[in-house]
Design a protein around this ligand. Structure first.
Ligand code: PNW
Length: 494
């Protein structure tokens, strides 16, 4: 080989292996996400009522890792101008945040309006508009007014009416600013952690029932909120309405064992399918009906633990997702454990699925016990959703990584890079429609039962300082650069 040929080879190898960058489509939306309870603080300021998370953290501090609460949190209620200045600096297309129901209706009902709370959100909307940042608005991110929790919260179908009154008011007051609405955030997470475990508010461990009743009421409330928008507001406001669904990707432990493949699919149906099926195909997934009805009968229940939808309700829920709001954080391995006719003494949704979950020891961990870095799981999840529900427009509205407050957060950058590369592959190679991506989170905040121990922010918040000092992390600069260049290096993320 001549010197010339060798030189050419070196240049060529460099070009293919180091110089490769991938570009996001011009209309792909980049944003960041937060939620009211996690950042606002001001828990009883200016007329706000008590939420079930206020009640939960004040009454059961031992359920939170560091016994903390979000009474003050990032104090964004008083510091939103500073927070929005970071959004402007990042140059995001959109900001996903949530409205606190008890800040609008202190007792949960529309007989008393807290106008100071309404004006706070209007001020935020106006500031975002000034900087050309699209608001993506979650109507409910887990902070239920406590008086409604006292009535049974998300197990009480009457909640559908209260939620309807609340969302109608929000559409009236804020609708002129909003093109993307999210009715409810991640019911899967709260229905497991809050109604089948004591980990999250309200901490009602209603084994084998809470999981399904909570899903039932959430779906009816979402559909009602969707129809109200379509019937009363769409014509003038022209926005889109979705429910935000989260999922871990479920990988069979042994891919060549058919029973493992079936176990993984069954788990996807019991988690994502429990919501996706009623929304896109109508009614609960067949496997959920078969398993829960059968086990309930064998356990001697007079009626199935799975509440039934009437045919009117099935039609009412079907077709009520204008886009697919998808959150993805991590994956699990799945294997079958028992036949559903066995182990009848234990009543739980886990037993109804007949599976167990584990993880692959090669998956890099985060500092959070449940969060492993599995980027291909996001691509698999996007493809599963697209195949099951006929290619909906997918908007990734949460994805992020936990660490212990480090400023040089290269593990986070690595996580985000991998997940964005797999998103691009889903777009370019699998031809899926993914319209945007929200990084969780703009800044460190109250991480539910982990308190302030785990940090998800690309901006660090010093919770011990008087001014709750915000400091940008390495990942902030990385994301800012990505938003500007719209390109990403995916060489290491095969
Ligand atoms: C989401 N999981 O919760 C919530 O929407 C956010 O409020 C939260 O701060 C963020 O993710 C990080 O936790 C999740 O176990 C909680 O797979 C748990 C899981 C997923 C999402």
């Amino acid at each position: 080989m001549s010197i010339k040929q060798i030189l050419f080879l070196i240049v060529f190898i460099n070009f293919v292996s180091f110089g490769r960058t991938d570009k996001f489509p011009d209309n792909f939306l980049f944003g960041v996400a937060t939620s009211a309870y996690q950042i606002e603080g001001a828990w009883n300021q200016s007329g706000k009522g008590e939420s079930m998370w206020d009640w939960f953290t004040h009454n059961f501090p031992e359920r939170i890792q560091d016994t903390s609460n979000a009474d003050i949190a990032c104090d964004s209620y008083n510091r939103y101008e500073e927070d929005v200045s970071f959004l402007k600096d990042l140059n995001v297309s959109f900001y996903r945040f949530s409205i606190s129901w008890p800040r609008i209706f202190p007792n949960g009902q529309n007989n008393r309006v807290n106008w100071e709370g309404v004006n706070y959100y209007i001020a935020v909307f106006k500031l975002l508009k000034e900087f050309n940042i699209e608001p993506v608005v979650t109507l409910y991110h887990w902070d239920l007014p406590q008086p409604l929790n006292n009535l049974g919260g998300w197990t009480n179908p009457l909640l559908v009416d209260y939620f309807a009154n609340y969302v109608r008011f929000c559409y009236e007051q804020f609708g002129q600013y909003v093109k993307y609405w999210i009715t409810l955030n991640e019911p899967q997470t709260t229905c497991i952690n809050g109604y089948s475990s004591t980990e999250f508010a309200p901490g009602y461990n209603i084994k084998g029932l809470g999981f399904y009743y909570c899903a039932y009421v959430h779906l009816l409330a979402h559909a009602r909120a969707y129809h109200i928008y379509k019937d009363e507001f769409y014509e003038t406001q022209q926005g889109k309405v979705s429910i935000d669904l989260t999922m871990r990707w479920m990988e069979p432990l042994n891919k060549s064992d058919e029973s493992h493949v079936l176990a993984a699919e069954r788990t996807l149906q019991f988690t994502m399918g429990l919501y996706g099926h009623p929304l896109y195909l109508g009614d609960w997934p067949q496997i959920v009906k078969d398993n829960v009805d059968k086990r309930s009968e064998l356990q001697g229940y007079a009626r199935s633990r799975l509440p039934k939808f009437t045919s009117e309700q099935i039609d009412f829920i079907k077709g009520t997702n204008d886009y697919f709001a998808l959150n993805y954080y991590t994956s699990n391995l799945v294997y079958p454990t028992h036949d559903i006719t066995e182990d009848l003494n234990e009543t739980s949704y886990g037993k109804d699925m007949g599976v167990s979950l584990s993880i692959d020891s090669s998956w890099p961990s985060s500092t959070s016990s449940w969060l492993y870095n599995v980027p291909y799981g996001l691509r698999s999840m996007i493809n599963w959703v697209a195949e099951q529900y006929d290619n909906p427009e997918i908007f990734i509205l949460e994805n992020g990584f936990a660490d212990l407050h480090t400023l040089d957060d290269y593990d986070r950058i690595n996580y985000l890079n991998g997940h964005l590369c797999h998103t691009l592959r889903a777009i370019n190679e699998d031809k899926r429609t993914v319209i945007g991506y929200a990084l969780w989170s703009l800044m460190d905040n109250f991480e539910w039962s982990d308190g302030y121990e785990q940090s998800f922010g690309i901006i660090a918040v010093d919770f011990s300082s008087v001014n709750l000092t915000r400091t940008v992390r390495a990942s902030y600069e990385w994301y800012k650069n990505l938003i500007e260049s719209r390109t990403i290096d995916c060489e290491d993320f095969e």
